[in-house]
Write a protein that binds this ligand. Structure first.
Ligand code: HPA
Ligand code: ZN
Length: 319
C-alpha cells in the first residue's frame, strides 16, 4: 500500500508521456521532430532548467483540443492514484497554449473534464493553479489573469514558473495583487535556479503562502530561520533537481538537513514524464538515496496535506 500523500508541485504539461505525445500528434496531424518514442526519450538529457523548458514547450504542440487536455489529466490522475496520491494541486501554463492559438476555455474546460470527476474516477481530489510564465512580460501575465476571469470557479490559485534567473518575483507584484483581490491563493517558484533573495521577494512582494522548490534557501541561514518560524511550506522535487542539475546526485540533496532544520518540506514530482518518476517514485528515491526512515516519509506525507489548500475537514477525510 503506497503512503497516502498530496502532490502540490505538478505541471500538468510535464506529465505528457512520449506515448501520449505521439498519439495526440497523430490525432491532431501535428508532426514531431522525433521518429519515435525511443528517440524522444533520448532527448531527455537536460543541462539545466532552460534545456528542459525548450523541449517542454516544443512538445505542447500536440495539445490542441479539450479532449487532449482531458486525456492528459486523466492519464496523470490514474498514475498518481496508483502511487498513493489522494489530492493533487495541479499547475497549468495557459500562456504557452494561448501563444499557439489554444484558448483559455479549451485548456480549463478540457482539464476540468478530468478533474471534475477525479474523486469518483480516481479517488483523487484536485485543485487547479494557473501559472504565469516569468520570462514573459508583466502585461502578458495581467492579460492572462483577465482571460481567466470566466473560469475562476475552477481555479484556486496562481503560481509563477518558467525560466527563473533574471526574472525576479517583484516583476509580478501587480498581477499577484490583482489575483489576491480576486480571492486566489498565491504560490511561486523561487530558489530553484534563482538566488535565496527571490524566495524572500516571493514572500514579501507577492505574498505567497507556499514556495515551489525554495531549495536555495539553504544558502541563507536567516531565511531558513524565517521559513521555519512562519511555517512556510516548500514543495521540493528531488528527481527534478537531479535531472536539471540543481544537485549533483540524489545523495547530495539537502532534504535531510532541511527536515532537521525544521522546514516544512514536501516531496513532489514537478514534471514526472520528463524527470523519471511520479510522486511515489520521488518518495522511494529519497528513501533509498538519502536513507530517510519510514517515519520521515510519513512526516513528508503529513506535511503534504498540511501544506495543501484543502480545508481542515477535507484534509482529515482525504488522509
Ligand atoms: N521550473 C520552472 N518552470 C517550470 C518547471 C520547473 O521545474 N516545470 C515546468 N515549468
Ligand atoms: Zn515546477
Amino acid at each position: 500500500m503506497p503512503l497516502p500523500k498530496a502532490e502540490l508541485h505538478l505541471h500538468i504539461e510535464g506529465t505528457l508521456e512520449p506515448e501520449l505525445a505521439f498519439e495526440l500528434a497523430a490525432r491532431n496531424g501535428v508532426s514531431l521532430p522525433y521518429p519515435d518514442t525511443d528517440a524522444l526519450r533520448e532527448a531527455y538529457r537536460f543541462e539545466d532548467l532552460q534545456s528542459f523548458l525548450d523541449l517542454y514547450y516544443e512538445l505542447m504542440a500536440v495539445l490542441r483540443t479539450e479532449q487532449d487536455f482531458a486525456d492528459l489529466a486523466n492519464a496523470y490522475l490514474a498514475r498518481a492514484a496508483a502511487q498513493g496520491v489522494r489530492h493533487a494541486e495541479i499547475f497549468f501554463d495557459p500562456q504557452a497554449h494561448l501563444a499557439r492559438g489554444v484558448s483559455m476555455g479549451t485548456v480549463v474546460e478540457g482539464l476540468w473534464r478530468a478533474l471534475g470527476d477525479s474523486e469518483s474516477a480516481h479517488g483523487v481530489s484536485t485543485r487547479l493553479i494557473m501559472c504565469f510564465l516569468r520570462d514573459e512580460s508583466a502585461e502578458s501575465a495581467l492579460a492572462t489573469l483577465d482571460a481567466a476571469k470566466p473560469y475562476l470557479d475552477r481555479i484556486t490559485g496562481v503560481g509563477l514558473d518558467s525560466a527563473e534567473v533574471g526574472h525576479p518575483p517583484a516583476k509580478f507584484r501587480e498581477v499577484y495583487e490583482a489575483a489576491a483581490a480576486l480571492g486566489l491563493r498565491r504560490v511561486a517558484h523561487a530558489g530553484e535556479e534563482g538566488p535565496p533573495e527571490y524566495v524572500t521577494e516571493a514572500l514579501d512582494v507577492l505574498g505567497v503562502e507556499r514556495v515551489d522548490h525554495g531549495l536555495r534557501c539553504v544558502e541563507d541561514p536567516a531565511l531558513v530561520e524565517r521559513l521555519v518560524r512562519e511555517r512556510i511550506p516548500l514543495t521540493l522535487c528531488p528527481l527534478s533537481n537531479v535531472r536539471l542539475r540543481t544537485v549533483d546526485t540524489l545523495a547530495d540533496h539537502p532534504l535531510p538537513a532541511m527536515l532537521d532544520a525544521g522546514l516544512l518540506c514536501t516531496v513532489n514530482s514537478d514534471d514526472p514524464a520528463y524527470f523519471g518518476g511520479y510522486a511515489g517514485d520521488n518518495f522511494a528515491a529519497v528513501h533509498e538515496a538519502l536513507g530517510l526512515s519510514r517515519d520521515r516519509l510519513r512526516d513528508l506525507a503529513r506535511n503534504s496535506f498540511l501544506a495543501s489548500f484543502l480545508e481542515d475537514d477535507e484534509e482529515r477525510r482525504t488522509r
